[in-house]
Design a protein around this ligand. Sequence first.
Ligand code: NAD
Length: 719
Amino acid sequence: MAQFSRVSGSVGLITLQNPPVNALSAAVRQGIVDTVNKALQEPEVKSVVICGQNKVFCGGADIKSFRGVMTGPPLIPMIHAIEASTKPVVAAIEGIALGGGLELALACHYRISHTKARLGLPEVTLGLLPAAAGSQRLPRLIGITAALDLITTGRHVTAAEALQLGIVDHVTDQNTVDVALKFASSVAGKPLDARRISLYPCPPSDDTDALFEEAMQRVRRSARGAIAPVACVQAVRAAATLPYAQGLEREKELMATLFTSGQARALQYSFFAQRAVGRWSMPSGAQWDTVEPLPVQKTAVIGLGTMGRGIVVALTQAGFSVVAVETHEKQLTQAKQAIEEMLIRGAKRRGVTPEHDTITYSHSMEPVANVDLVIEAVFEDMVLKEKVFQQLSAVCKPGTLLCTNTSGLDIDHLASKTPNPELVVGMHFFAPAHVMKLLEVVYGRQSSPRAVATAMQLGKKMGKVSVAVGNCLGFVGNRMLKPYMNQAFFLLEEGASPELVDQALEEFGFIMGPFRMSDLSGIDVGWRIRKEEGLAVPDQRTGQIPRMQKGCRYSPVGDLICEQGRFGQKTGQGWYRYDKPGGRVARPDPWMQTFLNQYRATHGLVPRRIDPKEVLERCLYALINEGFQTLEEGIAAAPEDIDVIYVFGYSWPQHRGGPMFYADMVGLEKIMDRLEHYHQAHPDVPSLQPCNLLRKLVAIGSPPIHKWSQVMKTLRSQL
Ligand code: NAD
């Protein structure tokens, strides 16, 4: 709702009241309509201020209401009524003015903002566009280029930037409502036409066509198939080329298409999924709201390689003191320099001073003695990690939480090497750790709920989207990646090229297909693991790596590539070739074609033409099937957990929700049928066999994703 009061005799103050962010629910919109009418009718009122309760202006539309039928007064007539008011209306912006909140502010004749407020039109991130006239008004106010930037990215701006762009008229660090009231009083009776944005012409540009062409190309490149950014460009183009009323019509048409699209549903699902993962639970019943985290101030990171450096930066930026330990002298010097540089760059980006004086570098474990939490990030070698955990157990004060950044080793085994296994959890960061938003918090059989709560809270403070998962080889993300990668290898054997596989998955929306990704992270990483597992080892009799291992199909193509010293970007050759070691531009390599032809001939494989549809179905459905398996086993607690992991850790396109949401969209029956089809063709690939949970869901009529939990519970209780 909205409350009306009269201040200093002549200023009407309208306060939006809908905690926590004064979202524009039906009641709030009705309240605004009623109170604006009241202010216009009361002759004593000469001007009006609109503000929000609890120092928050307005967070925009109520996203939950998107799912139902719209009730209450619509936004656009309300916005027009405010702009048409004969009495000046001033927006007093504190906290946030986002989406519909900023559109409301743009309807006002003046905008005054607190220095700490943030403003923006983030609708595009939910698969929509600012359709309460935002796409038509913002370009008229700040010009096409700046409006395109804000509307197509959805980025928030600070009050200072908003002032510079011309979105707000004044910024204050005083009480914003008091400043606005005083200002409103001073402009009472002044003419308002020059303050009505809908009457402004869109500021002209030198070559409007070229500007929009360039914007469209840029947006299409980065959108990875998302339609909302493209519609945003079209809407701004309407603002630039059509009269206001016609532009509004175009905005409405574009919004209608977006609103009913699967992409908007996926992005809104993803928005709620990010929040849902914070409400974690463990099989024991312990959960987020019943367990108190341990206090953490002092932290330590062991091993300052690729991951350790990023983790030190992320901890430091989050305000923790860090003891950074590296045994290799040269690595320590290099790490120190790299960390300092990352902190300086990060501080510059955020407009703050770098925080490096809270890091203590050491080549021994002694300074770790009094920290509250340690994150180990040494090589992926169980024997080494065991040794480090034993050292830590001897050095650290009682009660210190011991975390490992392992990509997939057994947390229970590691915990068993310490006297306090309840204090051991996995904190699986993604590279680069100070940038990537995902954190898998892995609980072992003995991890205490407090240990999990502490790691989850630490992740939150580091700005991560943290997901609590159970312990198994590869946890959730890397475990699901394995059948996906295997299918990519099998497709090469059967006739595909790395380019064909990558292109199909990049057109689906991944930033990189599996082969470009593998070149980037280093093909040798998986090779070393497979060698340790005894997989990438030649048979003594034939001298060849067997294509069947433990009764399952195995593709040694990746191993053979590594044997040639082709490790990916770092060696200048991998699945692709690069102009130099460390080069980034992947080019198809004729060598690879020859190699694959020879390989197929050696093994009597007759290449066939592979359709991109087959690439998508085999890679994605195998990954999804493994996702169902992790749900069945309780390793992932809910489909949202898997989807958040894939969107934030593995570049799954957010406008497709995540693998499990995608499965729901495609239809579980279709997924099961296609898996069965491929399993029949490849009976030696068990990961193509639909798992129990998938079968069970199909058997009961493929309920929608939010109803899967009941079936999961039944299946888990039978395990
Ligand atoms: P890395 O090889 O870049 O760095 C490991 C560092 O640990 C080296 O600097 C090494 O000198 C140091 N080290 C070795 N023994 C040590 C000891 N006893 N005490 C202190 N330092 C020691 O490895 P990385 O890529 O940073 O991986 C580290 C861990 O993170 C591994 O478990 C890996 O599986 C995991 N991980 C890696 C990635 C990735 O993309 N690289 C992603 C997620 C998790």
